[in-house]
Every structure is written in structure tokens, then in C-alpha cells.
Design a protein around this ligand. Structure first.
Ligand code: PMP
Length: 345
């Protein structure tokens, strides 16, 4: 398999997408399948959400919803905001980002450096009017009425330009990179854009492709797809994934399989990929690879399964890779994270 080559990019936006597929050795050997991760942490904003950010802004421009110098407003766990901030820098907009306080300081700092105005709000459920998504929508309405260049609410959860980024990009790329020999695709859902969009593109090319949801604890989707009831149990330290409702990006989508992944299982994979395969990843990638292993076990040996490596470890150094943070939450700390380094000879 060849890694796609690229023409010189006229700007950073042209460097979004066309990410490599990387074979995950330990997961593949354990299952007898070929398990690949799509390296979305290599996007310019360092996450899969650059794709949605670019697609949402392009769609808004095409519909005349955004004016030069206008403000893009969004509620986000961070990565979509980082993507929007970089798209806004290139295209001449401002960004106002509403983020729950619980998200990592690394993402907040990246947003500030990228030039976004940041509003931190308490982490409350969607049903609460002070939920970050509702706060963002209200701020966008206010700014639209007061700012001379106006404002645009990106609305990643319910704006299907998000899903379209994966129908047009992620899915066809995976198809081409595997030469059409993909048997299964699995990932977690935040907005659901990546899962539903990639599934749509792959199913259009081969209706037999098995699609799986890999859901963290604290999300209601696993219960929805297995029992028909949106019901959340437990909690997760992962960020950007899990959902309590059927967003517009998830409407009309049904997975063939659904897995509920405990943090321990995901973290074990994140730590293993870091030390044994040189892949430095965030928590949602661990949930995704854990789901790929489970799907491989359902399908049996000899299959090709693809998942998403959403973002990188550096964005979570103070959490997933902080022994005190893990210990406080009763999560195992790998020996190497805690151990003093060997003295120099
Ligand atoms: N992983 C990370 C780290 C994310 O930030 C997000 C987006 N919030 C996702 C996964 C989920 O992607 P999607 O919104 O397309 O479901």
C-alpha cells in the first residue's frame, strides 16, 4: 500500500485530510486481522476535526452565511475550535469558542495561541440552558446583531456539513487506501460526523462493510443502538466523544455493532501504542482501537478493519499521562510513567 503523495499546498487548508493509514501491529497480531488507524493527528490542527471545521466554513461561505471579518462562534470540546481557528486565520474571520471547563488546559492554551476568544462554562448536560452548545448559540445570535461584520454559529452537532467532510473525504480515502478491501470500520461519536459520514461513504461502495460504534462510558449511544433507549451510565476521562442524543449528524445512521469500552481498556491500548509502536495518541483513539479489536473478534481472523486516530497525546499530558490524575481516578499508572529515569553512564 502506498501513502498518498501530495502536491505543494497553496495554503495550510490544502494540507487538511489525505492522512496515512498506519497498521497497528499489536492489535493486528492479537486478532489475526489487519487493523489500521487513520492518522488524523497529522492534520494541521492536529486532529480529525480540521476536516469538519473546513467543511463547515466552506459550506457557510457558499451559502453566504459568513462575511469577511465576521466571527465564527462554536461550542466545542476543543478540537473543532482549534480547527475553526486555523481555518478562520487563513480565510479572514475571528473565532469565539465556548468550552466546558473540564476540557484539558492544553487544548484551551492551543485555542488562545491560535487567536480564539475563549469562554469557559461549567460542564452541564444538554438539557440545561447553560450547556456550552446553548451558550455558544446565544452568543452567536447576540454578536450577529451587534458586530458590524456579523457572526456565524458553526453548530457542529447539527450542521451536516460536518458529516459531509467524511462522506467526501475520510470515507473515500479509506476506500482508496485499502484498495476497496475494507471489511469493517469503527469509531466513537462526539457529533457523530466521522462515524456516520465515513459509514455512508463506505456502505455506498460496498453494502457489506460492517460499521461499529465504539462508545465510552457515560455516553447514551451504546444503550440506544442495543436496546432502543438513550441511557447513559458511568463516566469517562476521554474528551470529545460520547453523546446523550441523536444529533442531526447521526440521523438516519445505524451501526451493525456497538461496543461499550471502559477507560481502562482504552488507556491500556494508548499506553501500549505509545511505548511499543511509537504512536502518541489521545484517549478517544484508545476507545477507537479497543473497538477495532472487538470488531476484529466478531468478524474473525483475516479481515481488514480501519479506525480513527483522532488526536495526539500532547493535548492530554496533564491528564492521561499524569500519574496523580490517574491515581485519583483509580486508574492504573503504567510503571514507566512513574519511574525515575535510568542514571546516565
Ligand atoms: N476524538 C476527539 C479527540 C474529538 O475531539 C472528537 C470530536 N469532538 C471526536 C473524537 C469525535 O468526532 P465526531 O465529532 O466526528 O464524532
Amino acid at each position: 500500500m502506498t501513502v498518498p503523495s501530495r502536491e505543494p499546498a497553496p495554503d495550510v487548508l490544502a494540507a487538511i485530510g489525505q492522512t496515512p493509514l498506519i497498521r497497528l501491529r499489536r492489535a493486528s497480531e492479537a486478532t489475526g486481522c489487519d487493523i489500521y488507524g487513520k492518522a488524523e493527528f497529522l492534520n494541521p490542527g492536529l486532529s480529525v476535526k480540521d476536516r469538519a471545521a473546513l467543511s463547515i466554513v466552506q459550506d457557510a461561505e457558499a451559502k453566504g452565511l459568513i462575511r469577511p471579518g465576521g466571527t465564527i462562534v462554536e461550542g466545542t470540546a476543543g478540537n473543532t475550535g482549534i480547527g475553526l481557528a486555523l481555518v478562520a486565520s487563513v480565510r479572514g474571520y475571528r473565532t469565539l469558542i465556548v468550552i466546558p471547563v473540564t476540557q484539558s488546559e492544553e487544548k484551551k492554551q492551543t485555542l488562545r495561541l491560535a487567536g480564539a476568544r475563549l469562554v469557559e462554562v461549567p460542564a452541564v448536560p444538554f438539557a440545561n440552558p447553560n450547556n456550552y452548545v446553548h451558550v455558544a448559540r446565544r452568543l452567536a445570535e447576540k454578536l450577529a446583531a451587534t458586530e458590524p461584520a456579523g457572526a456565524f454559529f458553526a453548530d457542529q452537532f447539527d450542521n451536516v456539513a460536518n458529516r459531509h467532510a467524511h462522506v467526501a473525504g475520510t470515507g473515500p480515502e479509506i476506500w482508496a487506501q485499502t484498495g476497496g478491501r475494507v471489511d469493517g470500520f469503527v469509531c466513537a461519536a462526539g457529533t457523530g460526523g466521522t462515524l456516520a459520514g465515513t459509514a455512508e461513504a463506505l456502505r455506498a461502495r460496498n453494502p457489506q462493510v460492517r460499521i461499529a460504534l465504539s462508545d465510552p462510558e457515560g455516553s447514551a449511544l451504546y444503550a440506544h443502538y442495543t436496546t432502543g433507549t438513550l441511557k447513559a451510565e458511568g463516566s469517562s476521562i476521554t474528551e470529545g466523544i460520547g453523546q446523550g442524543r441523536i444529533t442531526r449528524n447521526l440521523e438516519g445512521f445505524t451501526p451493525d455493532h456497538a461496543f461499550r469500552i471502559p477507560d481502562r481498556e482504552a488507556l491500556d491500548i494508548v499506553f501500549g501504542l505509545m511505548r511499543e509502536e511509537g504512536l502518541s495518541l489521545g484517549g478517544s483513539s484508545g476507545i477507537n482501537v479497543a473497538g477495532a479489536v472487538r470488531l476484529a473478534r466478531e468478524l474473525g481472523p483475516g479481515h481488514t478493519i480501519v479506525t480513527i486516530l483522532c488526536d495526539g497525546a500532547a493535548r492530554y499530558a496533564s491528564k492521561l499521562f499524569n500519574p496523580a490524575f490517574l491515581t485519583e481516578r483509580n486508574l492504573p499508572v503504567p510503571g514507566w510513567l512513574d519511574a525515575p529515569q535510568d542514571p546516565l553512564p
